[in-house]
Design a protein around this ligand. Structure first.
Ligand code: NAD
Ligand code: USQ
Length: 406
């Protein structure tokens, strides 16, 4: 297949592009490199040294003989360029990763809120609009998030997108219907993913666009089979307080002797998936497109759930790291249960990688190898969800004396 990977220079997009190329697909990365600019804005860099996208694709060609093409396009702002590109290339499938994906970045200031909404909602809408306008019947696979469901403990498993409900009719009968599981986003970023869902519902219904929305959990790990093939194919690894995600942060913190930064009591339960499974799930979704006229296909793309403090304690036992219980910069439930259905991917052959010491240790080893690149002052998460939370967050530039509230 000819596959456009939108956002293919990012943490999940790059290994996905390699994985699909290795399986014989003709891969075209479309990216505006905004993630690299955000590193510059924040004054941080990936733990792992990443080459330019052009250099990465050159190395891939050198190592495998396969070409991955790169196109510099801003989905949110270059509508006409995007439409013309899609019309010229007419991909069979499109994988859409191209959004601002950090919840803390989206909550940093009013400007960051605007940027995240404008970027994400316009990117998704421009894409759907352009596909419809040029009559492109490509299968669109979008990376959504588990966070659209929210984290209230309802005592029932979260279904894969749709919730069957019974509604009492005027005649007193019960009508059954499937509704989108009610969204309850916890950040501006997660809210944009909830808005994406409505755009998908509309374009599937009105224009017959074939769409798969993958509600993904927190991705951890760094290497995949393909990124390991050459040092210059290495994946990016975010550790800073805005873009670093919890498990990868704990692993790098353990590697450099920084206390593990648990927010609040660490009672938050979240869904997780290893990067190798993430790319495999995208491959499975691409192989199982919905038919034209079908409703949006929704998968829960996660393999296990864990409580934040359990992860911290497990890594502390494994590495001898200290655990610091810190004031929580986010407005979120202090404790929640989370049970998620993921039967669809299992039925289609996903054999989940779960947390095991070998893979956790692999990340610690990567972090130790590149520890000279870590700026400890960028580790604390200082982006506060509301103004009244901000003053309680203490920032220690050396990262040595973190205030404990546990
Ligand atoms: P990332 O920030 O590393 O990559 C996103 C890529 O999209 C970047 O290369 C960026 O430059 C590009 N991009 C952003 N806006 C763009 C635009 N307007 N035009 C063109 N390119 C644009 O993020 P990631 O971690 O690889 O996540 C990829 C997707 O998966 C995101 O949509 C995210 O919401 C979703 N997701 C990620 C995780 C995770 O833990 N990383 C978990 C669940 C879902
Ligand atoms: N947390 C800590 N300590 C830290 C970092 C985070 O305790 O140092 C806590 C947070 O307060 C939160 C939980 O860990 O309760 C998860 O935070 P996170 O930053 O790992 O994940 P999140 O903000 O939810 O976002 C990430 C990705 C996002 C994706 C989402 C999937 O950045 O793109 O959509 O995971 S999910 O969480 O399933 O919605």
């Amino acid at each position: 297949m000819k596959i456009a990977v939108l956002g293919g220079d990012g943490f999940v997009g790059w290994p996905t592009s390699l994985h699909l190329s290795a399986r014989g697909h003709d891969v075209h990365i479309v990216d505006n490199l905004s993630r690299r600019w955000i590193d510059t804005e924040l004054g941080v860099q990936s733990l792992t040294p990443m080459d330019s996208i052009q250099e990465r694709t050159r190395i891939w060609h050198q190592e495998t003989g396969r070409r991955i093409h790169f196109h510099l396009i801003d989905l949110a702002r270059d509508y006409d360029v995007l439409k013309a590109w899609l019309d010229e290339h007419r991909p069979d499938a499109i994988v859409h990763f191209a959004e601002q994906r950090a919840a803390p970045y989206s909550m940093k200031s009013d400007r960051h809120k605007n940027y995240t909404v404008n970027n994400n909602v316009n990117a998704t809408h421009n894409l759907l609009n352009a596909m419809t306008e040029i009559g492109l019947d490509a299968h669109l696979v979008h990376l959504g998030t588990m966070g659209v469901y929210g984290y209230s403990s309802v005592g029932a498993a979260i279904p894969e997108g749709y919730l069957p409900v019974g509604v009492e009719t005027l005649s007193g009968d019960t009508a059954s219907l499937d509704i989108l599981y009610p969204t309850n986003p916890g950040s501006i970023y997660h809210m944009t993913k909830s808005l994406d869902q409505l755009l998908f519902q509309f374009y599937a219904k009105n224009d017959g666009v074939r769409i798969t929305d993958l509600h993904q959990g927190i991705v951890w790990g760094t290497h995949t089979e393909e990124t390991k093939q050459h040092p210059q194919l290495i994946n990016r690894f975010d550790y800073d307080g805005d873009y670093g995600t919890v498990l990868n942060r704990f692993l790098i913190q353990a590697a450099i002797g920084y206390p593990l930064t648990v927010h609040g009591t660490g009672g938050q339960t979240r869904a997780f998936i290893h990067i190798q499974d993430s790319v495999r799930c995208v491959e499975i979704a691409l192989a199982n497109p919905p038919k034209r006229g079908d409703r949006v296909e929704i998968f829960n793309q996660m393999t296990e759930t864990h409580r934040v403090r359990d992860l911290a304690e497990m890594i502390a036992r494994m590495t001898g790291a200290e655990v610091a219980y810190l004031p929580n910069p986010r407005k979120e439930a202090a404790e929640n249960e989370l049970v998620v259905k993921n039967d669809k991917f299992l039925a289609l052959g996903l054999n989940p990688i779960t947390l095991e010491e070998g893979l956790l240790a692999e990340v610690v080893d990567v972090a130790k190898k590149f520890d000279y690149r870590v700026d400890r002052s960028r580790i604390p998460a200082v982006s506060a969800w509301t103004k009244d939370i901000a003053p309680t967050i203490e920032r220690d530039p050396e990262g040595k004396r973190l205030k404990s509230v546990g």
